[in-house]
Design a protein around this ligand. Structure first.
Ligand code: 1DF
Ligand code: MN
Length: 348
C-alpha cells in the first residue's frame, strides 16, 4: 500500500460484512422461533437487527451486505484507507454443522472476490465453522493459501462451547502453523451466562459482548492453549475486552489459586497470565476511541500491541477517527497505531 500526505494509512481491522444468504437464514430461524429457546442472545441481537426498523438497523443491514461502492464511499468519507473485513457476529456459529460449513465457504468466496476487486481497499479474514474443527482447519488453510485471506475470525462461543476445549484445538494448530492470527470477536453471552445481563438490557455491545469475550480469552489462556501453541497470535477488539485493566489481579489470583490447588483442573502455566496477554495477544480500538483507555493499553501491553479498528458498520462515526488522530502521539507512533502494526500482524 502506498503512503499519503498525512504520513500514515488508516487501516481499520474489525470491519463486518454479511452475505445476503446469511441474513436470509437468520430471518428464517428467527421467524420459525428456532434460536429463541437455544440462544436468547441471538434472539436479542439478530431479532433486533432483522426485526426492528430504524435508521440504525437499516443502515447496518444495508452496509453489512455491501462489499463495493457504498462501503468504499463510507470509507472515503471517514478517511479509512483500508478495511480488514470479517463475517459479522455470530457468523456461522449459530447454525447446524452442515449449514455452518456451507456458509463459511460461501462467505469466504464472496469476501475473497471483493478483495480481488478492491485489493488496496479491502483485506479479509477467513470465517470457519468451529462446529466441525477438522473442516475449519482445512478452511483456514484454503483461506490462507488459495483465497489470500489474512487471518481467522471466530465470534466467541459456539452454541455455549468455548475454544479452551481441546476438541477445537485443530483450529489453533492450523492458525499457528500458517502464522495467521485468530481474531476472537464478541458474540452475545452464552445461554448459561446471559440471564441477568439480558434482564437488564446489557447483553449486547454495551457490556455483555465484553464480559463474554474477555472471559473466553481468559479461559483460553488459563487452559494452557498458549503453552501448547506458543506462537499462536490472537486479536481481540474493544481494547482487549477489559482484560488489560485486570493484569495485576489476574496474575495474583491465578498464582494463588494454582499454588493452593483450589481447582484440580487449573494447572500451572509456563508464563504469567499477563505475559500471554502481552506476548500472544493484540488489541484493537473498535468502539473504544477514548484516549485515556488507549494510552493505558499502550503503556501496559506495549505500543506495538494496540491497533486501530472502527467496527463498521456498527460504529460509523467520523469524530471517532478525529479523536484517534488527536491522541497524544507523535506521527511515527500514529503510524504504528494506524498502519504498520496491522501490516505486520496480518501480513498485509
Ligand atoms: C454490535 C457491535 C454488533 C459490534 C456487532 O456484530 C458487533 C452492536 C453483530 O452494536 O449491536 O460486532 N461490536 O463489535 O461492537
Ligand atoms: Mn465488531
Amino acid at each position: 500500500m502506498s503512503d499519503t500526505t498525512r504520513g500514515y494509512l488508516r487501516i481499520a481491522t474489525e470491519e463486518a460484512f454479511a452475505p445476503p444468504e446469511l441474513i436470509t437464514l437468520y430471518r428464517d430461524m428467527l421467524d420459525r422461533g428456532i434460536a429463541s429457546h437455544g440462544d436468547p442472545g441471538f434472539q436479542s441481537l439478530m431479532g433486533f437487527y432483522t426485526g426492528h426498523r430504524s435508521e440504525r438497523t437499516e443502515f447496518v443491514f444495508d452496509r453489512l451486505q455491501d462489499l463495493g461502492a457504498a462501503r468504499i464511499a463510507d470509507m472515503d468519507a471517514t478517511g479509512i484507507d483500508h478495511q480488514v473485513i470479517s463475517l459479522t457476529s455470530p457468523g456461522t456459529q449459530i447454525l447446524g454443522t452442515a449449514d455452518a460449513v456451507a456458509m463459511a465457504t460461501l462467505a469466504n468466496d464472496q469476501l475473497a472476490e471483493a478483495v480481488r476487486r478492491h485489493p488496496d481497499r479491502f483485506s479479509g479474514l477467513t470465517a470457519i465453522a468451529p462446529q466441525d474443527p477438522e473442516h475449519a482447519a482445512k478452511e483456514i488453510e484454503r483461506g490462507h493459501r488459495e483465497l489470500g485471506l489474512k487471518g481467522v475470525i471466530i465470534n466467541s462461543h459456539t452454541q455455549g462451547e468455548y475454544l479452551d476445549d481441546p476438541k477445537f484445538w485443530a483450529i489453533f494448530e492450523a492458525a499457528e502453523a500458517l502464522d495467521t492470527p485468530v481474531y476472537l470477536h464478541p458474540n452475545t453471552p452464552s445461554p448459561r451466562m446471559i440471564g441477568p445481563l439480558l434482564d437488564a438490557g446489557l447483553d449486547g455491545a454495551i457490556y455483555g459482548f465484553g464480559v463474554e469475550t474477555g472471559m473466553h480469552l481468559l479461559r483460553i489462556i488459563t487452559a494452557g492453549v498458549f503453552d501448547r501453541f506458543p506462537r499462536l497470535k490472537m486479536v481481540v477488539g474493544h481494547l482487549g475486552e477489559a482484560l488489560p485493566f485486570w493484569l495485576y489481579r489476574l496474575d495474583y489470583m491465578h498464582g494463588a489459586s494454582v499454588r493452593a490447588g483450589r481447582y484440580p483442573f487449573m494447572k500451572p502455566l509456563e508464563r504469567n497470565v499477563s505475559d500471554y496477554l502481552r506476548e500472544n495477544v493484540w488489541v484493537t480500538t473498535s468502539g473504544m476511541p477514548w484516549a485515556p483507555a488507549i494510552m493505558f493499553c499502550r503503556e501496559v501491553l506495549g505500543p506495538e500491541r494496540v491497533l486501530y479498528a472502527m467496527d463498521y458498520p456498527y460504529q460509523y462515526a467520523p469524530d471517532e477517527v478525529t479523536a484517534q488522530d488527536n491522541l497524544p502521539l507523535s506521527s511515527a507512533d500514529l503510524k504504528v497505531f494506524y498502519q504498520t502494526t496491522a501490516e505486520e500482524l496480518f501480513h498485509l
